[in-house]
Design a protein around this ligand. Structure first.
Ligand code: ZN
Length: 311
């Protein structure tokens, strides 16, 4: 069994408009934009990163705003809900705040003893705020949301799957322990990890449609390991179990490997090193357009293709 995984690292989704996306995550949710770069495989598209003050692994929501792209269809084989942790007692604020901002899909409930508020992202993304302990984390307050209500980072994620058994087995192999089951949802928790330590697996009926990826869909979900040595151990263990895992890819702010899981969700394993302050200081994170070195000679051309983003 793998012992190196520490919980979530980041979640990457697809959006339509870059400015709508930026405004929602920085002003409505109050996260900090910690990096403004491009999709390393398609540099005419931004890659925007939002998180806490420094982009701590386990707090980082990232987006590819593709512009014209069909909306995703929700269904089986995807991350159905990305869950953020907020302070206990703050959901009343959030309900009013999100409603005032015109956010749709607001629905309060409880799962596994935690109060939650589901809501839609700007492209129909499935999100929830979950009342949770800070566990050493603190909210970014530069976006105008107070530290008594602000988002700490991720609580976890909920997968929507038609076939759950193989994914449950994989999560177990990755170090997650099966906890409780409520209805069609089973919670898995990683011990000794970061605070973004839950994966909930929801079993959909066989009649559920298969998800189609588009705007508002999660593209992949990344799990954290401390360093490159741990990543290589995880890669080997997965390959020994029969998974097809990509080579290690340099993403400038972390190192990444990817593999497709039996339930259909694309998993990434990402290193906590080197982090988002490797090419700009903490005070100015996310402000300037950062390009990987291979695109730097084409900066003028790339900047001309990208829409300016408001602060
Ligand atoms: Zn990623």
């Amino acid at each position: 069994m793998i012992k190196d995984i520490k919980g979530l690292h980041h979640v990457t989704s697809m959006a339509a408009d870059a400015n709508t996306n930026n405004d929602f995550f920085t002003h409505t949710l109050g996260l900090r934009r910690v990096k403004k770069t491009v999709n390393f495989d398609a540099p005419d598209v931004y890659h925007l990163y939002y998180g806490d003050e420094t982009g701590t692994p386990g707090s980082v929501m990232t987006y590819f705003p593709f512009g014209q792209m069909p909306k995703g269809r929700r269904g089986a084989g995807e991350v159905g809900t990305t869950e953020f942790a907020v302070p206990t007692g703050s959901l009343r604020f959030w309900r009013d705040h999100l409603a005032a901002k015109g956010v749709t899909g607001l629905a309060e409930g409880t799962a596994f003893g935690e109060k939650r508020l589901a809501f839609d992202g700007p492209d129909g993304d499935g999100f929830a705020l979950v009342e949770s302990d800070a566990r050493g984390r603190s909210a970014w307050t530069g976006g105008g949301i107070g530290d008594d209500t602000g988002v700490f980072g991720f609580r976890g994620a909920r997968f929507a799957l038609r076939e759950v058994d193989a994914t449950a087995e994989l999560l177990g192999f990755m170090g997650y322990q099966k906890a409780e089951t409520e209805g069609d949802v089973t919670r898995f928790v990683i011990e000794g990890g970061n605070a973004a330590d839950t994966i909930d697996v929801e079993r959909l009926s066989n009649a559920a449609p298969t998800a189609d990826q588009g705007t508002g869909s999660v593209h992949h979900i990344a799990f954290a390991v401390d360093d490159r040595a741990a990543q290589l151990r995880v890669r080997q263990a997965l390959m020994d179990t029969g998974y097809q895992v990509t080579p290690v890819i340099d993403r400038d702010y972390f190192w990444a490997i990817y593999f497709r899981t039996p339930g259909g969700v694309l998993f990434e394993i990402a290193t906590n090193e080197p982090g988002f302050d490797r090419d700009e200081d903490t005070a100015h994170l996310g402000q300037a357009l950062k390009l990987p070195s291979r695109y730097e000679p084409h900066r003028d051309k790339i900047e001309a293709l990208l829409p300016p983003i408001a602060a």
